[in-house]
Design a protein around this ligand. Sequence first.
Ligand code: FES
Length: 148
Amino acid sequence: MYIMAKESQDEIYKMLSESGYSDKAIEYFQNKENIGFLENANQITDLTGPCGDSMKISLNIQDDRIDDAKIQVLGCPGAVASGSAVVSLAKGKSLDEAKKVDLDALYRELEKLPKQKVHCARLALKTLQKAVEQFEKKNNGNGSGKEA
Ligand code: FES
């Protein structure tokens, strides 16, 4: 496991803070709890943004509810922070509730991102929405995650 030295974490905090990230967004970026791959996922979806960065979300959906989620991000700090926040917002939500998570909700969660990072938040949101849509399609809308 890669562990970042305290000094370099402080350096990164300073850099991100000065470029317009809120403390909460930096926390999401540095806290890797939501980052990774879910071994027991029953929906895995990836998406590449126009910038070339990409995300892969893995969800465990049971009885129409997102029980657990993680995201892998190949991208900028804005993408990592947004992906991590999207996972936090998605966990525990029903599929219908997850579909209603919008950019405003994500911004509220992140508190502040630099203006030029709006598309990173959008990519994270689209990755979640695509995953929910694919899951629903796959299960013909029964939402159970089990074979009918
Ligand atoms: Fe591509 Fe941030 S620059 S997602």
